[in-house]
Structure formats: structure tokens, C-alpha cells
Ligand binder design. Structure first.
Ligand SMILES: *Cc1c(COP(=O)(O)O)cnc(C)c1O
Length: 361
């Protein structure tokens, strides 16, 4: 037995499983398991990345000022209320590290993103799972679960892997009714897919206890570079900056993200194409008897009659070179999460699901 003592919570963490990327023995594989933008990033971001390759010996900026200024300009926010992280994952982790510890509770929803629980446990805090209502965040249930020990409430709006979201009125009600000692974290990883939606930025500006996280990994197509950010009250940003490594983001990540956020035309194009294909795919799947909730994101949560059918369909899709995501770990055993790919990928998925269902009958 080792005498090295582990901090509480760490050994309860279940390792995060990323989406699979290959199927042995099959070529022409399409990866639809990690909600990546099938069109990749803006050309400007690629160009900025190339330019940085001439200066790889230089440390990156530690104040992240250029990127924060570009984000602030694009989203009409205050640059000094922004912090950038190695993916929004790192910002979520800073929040737990700074505001929750042993004996404290961190609320997440039944089908909420796996990182909330991992970050809470890593900080020694106790994750508390709150039921959803038919795969939708239940504000009343969250409020009921709050105690004097609660420090953080994480909700993703829209949520992954359900794709559903709650209305602005419901979010406002949650923020209004939440005890003031609790920090509400609005994870806006998919906020850009909804035209005109601010992801909770206005709430941050009108409250002392609301924080928003965002990412460059989804619509901006930069998952490989790991860039995310948070927007919150100044006192929280100051505290998170105390624990942030001074050079957490690479020069390449900073430069590419800055260029990406300025290319509004490209982002608009990706959003429109995603949303068009999402509607098309949802309808095509419904025609084959596979239903889904209305998704506000870049994926569809396809529902099957049973876990057996979902698993069998996953196997069939794999045999056709289509990699999607099983979400039994998110308490959705009869569902598959399918990222919206490009048009040809969507057609292949619809065709394969159709074939699977015909074989099943
Ligand atoms: C993908 C995702 C993130 C973040 O990802 P990063 O790549 O770390 O920025 C955060 N929250 C949700 C709900 C996500 O789906």
C-alpha cells in the first residue's frame, strides 16, 4: 500500500471518454461523435495559425488582451470581464477550484455535461445531480435542491447531449430565485447556433452571481487548439486569474481564435448550414421512425425504443463508416447523439438509419 495520500474525490472520478475517431478495417469514415464543425475553422484562423509558426520560440501573451478585446468587440462585452482558458473545460475547472471544496455541493442536471461532475470531484466538492423534465433542465427542481452547502449550479443552455434549451424567462427566474451565495454558471458551448442569443451575457451584467462560459471548439471549428472563455463579474474574473497559469493558452490558440471570432461572415454561414441540415436530418430520421427532441445545437439526440435497438443501430452505423456517440453514461441508454456533419454525411446517416430500420422490421 502506498503511503502517498490522495485528495478526497479524485478516486471517484470516472474518466471522460472522448468520441471515437476510427473503425478498424473501414475507410471513408465520418466522425460524428464529438460535435465538431464539419467545415473546419475560418480561413483567417488557419492563416493566423500559420503566421505563428514563424515565432514558436516566443512565449504567448499572458494577459490574453488581444483575444479578449476581439471577443468583447464581437459579442459587445467588457474585455476586462473575460478570462480565456484551455477550452471552456479549464474555465469550468477554475470555477470549481476557486469556489467549491470539501463539504460543498455543486449542482448539475441529470443529463448534464460530464465535466461538471469531474471538476466538482477534482476540487473535493460533492456533485449533486438534479432530475430533468423529459430531457429538459428543470428550474424548479434545481431550486429545490439548493442548500446552504450549495456553491455552484451548472447548466448548459442548450444542453449536451440533449440538445434542448430553456427559455430566457426560465433562466431569469432561476437567477432571480437562486440564493445569493450560489454562483449560477451558464455554459454556452452551443449558444452561437442560436441567432441573436447572448448565452446569458446580459444576466452576467445585471447580477453578481452569474457566470457564462463559451468555447471555440464547436461552431468556430477550433476544438484541436483548445480555446474557451468565461464572462463574469470582475471579482470572479480576478480570482480565476489568480489560479490561471500565466501562459495557459498557446500563441497559436490565441491567434487563431482571435481571427476566428472576427470572421463573422464565415460563422454565419456555418450556423445557417448546420441549422438547415439539422432540420433535414431530424425529419429524415423521423420518417424512419426515429424521433428526437427539437435540437438547438449541432447534434441530434436520436431516440430508439430500447437500449438494445440503440446499440444495434450504433453497430450498424459503424459498419457503414459512421461514428456517432452512445450516451448511456449520460443516463440516456436508448439514445444516440449524432453530430450534424456536412450534407453528404447527413445523407449517409439518414440512409443508413433507414436501412437499419428496414432490417429491424
Ligand atoms: C463541448 C462542450 C464544452 C467545451 O468544450 P471545450 O472544448 O473545453 O471548450 C463545454 N460544455 C459543453 C456542454 C460542451 O458540449
Amino acid at each position: 500500500m502506498s503511503k502517498i495520500k490522495l485528495q478526497p474525490g479524485i478516486d471517484q472520478i470516472t474518466l471522460y471518454e472522448g468520441g471515437a475517431a476510427s473503425v478498424t478495417g473501414i475507410s471513408n469514415v465520418v466522425k460524428l461523435s464529438s460535435n465538431e464543425n464539419p467545415f473546419g475553422p475560418s480561413k483567417d484562423a488557419i492563416e493566423a495559425f500559420r503566421r505563428v509558426s514563424h515565432d514558436l520560440h516566443r512565449y504567448p501573451s499572458s494577459d490574453q488582451a488581444l483575444l479578449r478585446t476581439a471577443i468583447a468587440a464581437a459579442h459587445d462585452l467588457e474585455a476586462d470581464q473575460i478570462i480565456c482558458g484551455v477550452g471552456s473545460d479549464e474555465v469550468l475547472s477554475f470555477l470549481c477550484q476557486a469556489y467549491a471544496g470539501p463539504g460543498d455541493e455543486v449542482i448539475h442536471t441529470e443529463h448534464g455535461f460530464a465535466l461538471y461532475k469531474i471538476c466538482a470531484l477534482a476540487a473535493g466538492a460533492t456533485p449533486v445531480e438534479v432530475k430533468e423534465r423529459q430531457r429538459v433542465t428543470d428550474v424548479e427542481a434545481i431550486l429545490k435542491a439548493c442548500t446552504s452547502k450549495t456553491r455552484l449550479v451548472f447548466i448548459a443552455n442548450p444542453n449536451n447531449p440533449t440538445g434542448t434549451m430553456i427559455s430566457e424567462a426560465e433562466v431569469n427566474h432561476l437567477a432571480d430565485a437562486l440564493p445569493e451565495h450560489i454562483l449560477l454558471v451558464m455554459d454556452g458551448a452551443y449558444a452561437e447556433y442560436i441567432s441573436g442569443f447572448d448565452g446569458g451575457a446580459k444576466l452576467v451584467e445585471s447580477r453578481e452571481n452569474v457566470f457564462m462560459t463559451r468555447t471555440f471548439s464547436k461552431l468556430y471549428g477550433l476544438g484541436g487548439l483548445r480555446v474557451g472563455w468565461g464572462y463574469g463579474p470582475k471579482h470572479i474574473i480576478e480570482n480565476l486569474n489568480r489560479i490561471r497559469g500565466p501562459f495557459n493558452l498557446s500563441a497559436a490558440g490565441l491567434a487563431a481564435a482571435e481571427a476566428a471570432v472576427m470572421d463573422k461572415e464565415y460563422i454565419e454561414k456555418c450556423r445557417l448550414e448546420n441549422n438547415r441540415l439539422r432540420t433535414w436530418l431530424a425529419e429524415a430520421l423521423t420518417e424512419h421512425g426515429v424521433i428526437s427532441d427539437t435540437s438547438m445545437t449541432n447534434f441530434i439526440l436520436a431516440r430508439f425504443a430500447s437500449q438494445e435497438e440503440a446499440t444495434a443501430c450504433d453497430e450498424y452505423l459503424k459498419s457503414q463508416g459512421l461514428i456517432v456517440r452512445q450516451v448511456a453514461g449520460y443516463k440516456l441508454p436508448n439514445c444516440l447523439r449524432i453530430t450534424i456533419g456536412d450534407e453528404s454525411a447527413c445523407r449517409r446517416v439518414a440512409h443508413a438509419v433507414g436501412q437499419f430500420r428496414e432490417g429491424a422490421r
